[in-house]
Write a protein that binds this ligand. Structure first.
Ligand SMILES: Nc1ncnc2c1ncn2[C@@H]1O[C@H](COP(=O)(O)OP(=O)(O)OP(=O)(O)O)[C@@H](O)[C@H]1O
Length: 269
């Protein structure tokens, strides 16, 4: 079987939640194939089920129906091979940046490698996100953007097959966000990681993605359309701002979100 072109496979996935008001049908009929090394973003209005889909791929949730595979194996629970970066960095506040990353490295490689090797991996991951100088700092001593970079370093340090990101830059100011997007582009160019990322941000989606998965509104949300972004890499945000193809991709996503999936007024508030 061709594992690289069908690296992640979501087949006929359904997700319902049991709530106090009854059964809530969150996702229906989700079919998605992600190639190895592909950068996919999930975009859609608030509450449409982006995080739910990401959590299904992470193995943090189990689909009520359908099949999810990663490298031909059923996704049966969370695994370091599918590392997740959340919006809130989720670092342990009493540990230094080095120690936070080391914990993850030890979990994955601890049984086969020496402490020196584990430390070297930790330092390499921090260097990859430009934080070698901050390894002895604790989370409260560094900025929000730096914390997010430690979260990314921690995820990458596990050498995951897939990097799953749930609005990783959502809590950051616009400039820090732009800077981290550029860094992520460089890191992914180096690591050839397969990435699935949830975003609300149309520019972020076009800048980063190979394909943008656009979701319909919930309940019972599904994939409404998939846009292939054929902009050459490396991508430069300043040059792209004047690129007619970039503008056209941006317009397509906006058209999907605000015309085809115009949100009910009550939820737009
Ligand atoms: N554990 C749960 N129990 C009940 N309903 C849930 C649960 N998790 C999510 N939902 C519902 O499923 C729908 C999809 O939620 P989800 O968080 O995946 O959306 P989202 O697109 O990521 O939203 P946002 O962009 O606001 O983060 C929402 O209506 C949400 O209320």
């Amino acid at each position: 079987m061709d594992t690289d072109s069908k690296f992640i496979e979501v087949q006929n996935a359904e997700m319902t939640f049991n709530t106090r008001k009854g059964v809530f049908h969150a996702l229906r009929d989700i079919n998605l194939t992600v190639k190895k090394g592909e950068f996919i973003t999930l975009i859609g209005h608030s509450g449409c089920g982006k995080s739910t889909l990401l959590n299904l791929i992470a193995g943090l949730l189990t689909a009520t129906d359908g099949t999810l595979l990663c490298a031909n194996r059923e996704i049966a629970g969370p695994s370091p091979e599918r590392a997740v970066v959340f919006q809130n960095h989720s670092l342990l506040p009493w540990l230094t940046c080095h120690e936070n990353v080391y914990l993850a490295v030890e979990r994955v490689f601890g049984s086969n490698e020496s402490k020196d090797q584990l430390k070297a991996r930790t330092r390499a991951a921090l260097a990859l996100v430009g934080l070698a100088h901050a390894e002895h700092k604790r989370p409260h001593e560094i900025s929000g953007g730096m914390k997010q970079r430690v979260g990314i370093a921690r995820a990458l340090s596990m050498e995951p097959k897939v990097l799953l990101m749930d609005e990783p830059f959502g809590a950051l100011d616009a400039l820090t966000r732009a800077h981290l997007q550029d860094e992520l582009l460089k890191i992914v160019a180096k690591t050839h990681s397969t990435v699935v990322m949830v975003t609300h941000d149309v520019d972020e989606a076009v800048l980063l993605s190979d394909r943008i998965v656009m979701m319909t509104n919930g309940p019972a949300a599904t994939i409404g359309d998939i846009l292939a972004v054929r902009l050459p890499r490396p991508r430069d945000r300043v040059a792209l701002a004047e690129d007619p193809l970039y503008t056209e991709y941006r317009r397509s996503v906006l058209e999907f979100l605000y015309h085809r999936q115009a949100h009910p007024a009550k939820e737009a508030a």
